[in-house]
Design a protein around this ligand. Structure first.
Ligand SMILES: NC(=O)c1ccc[n+]([C@@H]2O[C@H](COP(=O)([O-])OP(=O)(O)OC[C@H]3O[C@@H](n4cnc5c(N)ncnc54)[C@H](O)[C@@H]3O)[C@@H](O)[C@H]2O)c1
Ligand SMILES: O=P(O)(O)OC[C@@H](O)[C@@H](O)[C@H](O)[C@H](O)CO
Length: 491
């Protein structure tokens, strides 16, 4: 029987990298909300590298926090493992690198003991609070930009009749205590795929704080920093067979291993309230303005993922690498990125966008990570408005059509109808599914019904330069199918 991955069994692991630092000497300086696949493949890996490179950084360990019911599974995986986990990088040629990551030195599941989380956040040693709580986690309306104060969890946290349950409630309570005690504010560092993720975090935390206590909000506005960042590493959900692979490679059982591609990038704005770890030593690019990097990544990679996933699904693909290897989808991706997405980017000295696009197409075809179309299709209402609609919008402002992006929105509409080309059901996973699916179906008789929602699409439904190619692609998807639609579009 294999032994479990723990501090005690670490020295017995042979043949893969293990933390090259004294874990007992590492204390938390970062509290992270949203310890999922990506945080563990990315930020936790960078901090692990830093701790190995610079022993004086040992007060920048990570305390992971989960706030959602589903996070109990991460607690049950990580706590018995002393926060340790394995990261397996899979190269397209079949090469595999597994390492044990040791930078998460504490994990707290907030529903078990919210006060303990607030204590950790209020501790002067906590200087950064980082987030990967997904695009939807920022609780705002994409069209109005307003914070959703009617969210029942937010209402409950503001009533304060029970301990806070949301990231907003917990972080704001800790900031209130820091203010009372004369402890400086920590930095709130968003690592989610949102353009201006720091600005977004700033406006949503301030909106919450204003509802709670306007004076506290003023203090946060004056004292808390919210750096923007661009984060990149394709990290699929953990596949079922990874745990066995890890046992074979390490001789120990990891309750919840992570798999990712070898490529990784983190571009971070240098704007911190209480200092920051010297992440440059771990390969992070620290810059004054992250905007051009963010736009390049979100409008090419992430919008590219959306361009691939609905057409890919309708063509019968279930893995990203299979869809990305299809010649028509590959042409769609290259042409969307080059002719539409890339035209809305800002200058980025030293970066060749065509080479960047080539690299993306290679990354998408990596079969070894087995990224799924299902992962890319879920929560589309959180993604399309943030990554693709701004491209269409900016081009409209220059009187330019975006026929390929419009066809991608049409492919989402067709997908959201909930039935594929063979008449089989599609499981549409989206927080707005109850509204989106009937609207997509209604658009068979009321053609603009799907895109008429101003929350998601602003005024696109009133723009002939958008509606004409959108309706044409949608009609073709329904009458001729995805393959013929792509052929017509790319002819
Ligand atoms: N997976 C990737 O390839 C990748 C790459 C770059 C950036 N990201 C960013 O990281 C985010 C998470 O991706 P992941 O792969 O780790 O997903 P995941 O599903 O593995 O983890 C998501 C985590 O966010 C938490 N969460 C979700 N909604 C929340 C909310 N409202 N409040 C608090 N916590 C919440 C979940 O509980 C979970 O801990 C993405 O949405 C994206 O913004 C992901
Ligand atoms: O995780 P999301 O919801 O932000 O987006 C889905 C994918 O496009 C995304 O996870 C990419 O794989 C990632 O952004 C690559 O760095």
């Amino acid at each position: 029987m294999s032994t479990s991955l723990t501090n005690e069994t670490l020295p017995r692991i042979d043949g893969v990298d293990t933390p090259a630092f004294d874990r007992a000497a590492v204390t938390p300086g970062i509290v992270h909300f949203g310890v999922g696949a990506f945080h563990r493949a990315h930020q936790a890996m960078y901090v692990d590298r830093l701790l190995a490179a610079d022993p004086s950084a040992n007060d920048w360990g990570i305390c992971g926090v989960g706030v959602r019911t589903a996070d109990a599974a991460m607690r049950d995986a990580l706590v018995p493992q002393d926060g340790l986990f394995t990261l397996t990088l899979k190269h397209p040629d079949g090469a595999v690198e597994t390492s044990v990551i040791g930078s998460i030195v504490e994990y707290l599941y907030a529903p078990d003991d919210p006060e303990k989380v607030i204590d950790r956040l209020s501790d002067p040693a906590t200087r950064i609070v980082s987030l990967t709580v997904t695009e939807g986690g920022y609780n705002f309306s994409p069209s109005t930009g307003e914070f959703d104060a009617a969210n029942p969890d937010i209402v409950a946290d503001l009533e304060a009749s029970a301990p806070p349950r949301t990231v907003f409630g917990l972080v704001t309570e800790a900031l209130a205590r820091r203010r009372e005690r004369g402890t400086p504010s920590f930095t709130v560092m968003s690592c989610d795929n949102i353009q201006g993720n720091g600005h977004m975090a700033r406006s949503t935390f301030l909106a919450y704080a204003r509802l709670r206590d306007p004076e506290l909000a003023e203090w946060i506005e004056a004292n808390t920093r919210f750096p923007n960042s661009m984060v990149d590493r394709i990290t699929p959900a953990t596949p079922p067979d990874l745990a066995d692979e890890v046992v074979d490679r390490t001789g120990v059982v990891d309750n919840w291993p992570v798999v990712a591609e070898p490529f990784t990038q983190w571009v971070l704005e240098d704007d911190f309230a209480m200092g920051r770890p010297s992440l440059e030593k771990a390969g992070v690019q620290v810059v004054d303005d992250v905007t051009p990097y963010e736009l390049m990544k979100l409008r090419l990679l992430n919008a590219g993922h959306q361009a691939l996933c609905y057409f890919g699904y309708l063509l019968g693909y279930r893995y990203v690498h299979d869809a990305a290897s299809d010649p028509d989808i590959r042409t769609l991706l290259r042409r969307y990125m080059t002719e539409e997405g890339a035209t809305t980017l800002r200058p980025l000295p030293g970066v060749d966008v065509d080479t960047y696009i080539d690299t993306l197409l290679e990354r998408f075809t990596n079969p070894a990570i087995a990224d799924t179309i299902a992962r890319l299709c879920q929560d589309s209402s959180d993604r399309i408005p943030k990554w693709l609609v701004p491209v269409i919008r900016e081009r409209l402002e220059q009187d330019q059509r975006s026929d390929l992006a419009a066809a991608v929105v049409a492919s989402w509409t067709r997908y959201a109808e909930g039935t594929d080309e063979a008449g089989d059901p599609i499981d549409v996973i989206d927080p707005l599914a109850a509204d989106l699916v009937p609207r997509a179906q209604r658009s068979r008789t009321d053609p603009l019904a799907f895109v008429a929602d101003p929350e998601l699409f602003g005024t696109l439904a009133e723009e002939p330069l958008f509606t004409e190619p959108y309706l044409s692609a949608l009609e073709s998807l329904r009458s001729k199918g995805a393959r013929a639609t792509l052929a017509g579009l790319l002819a």
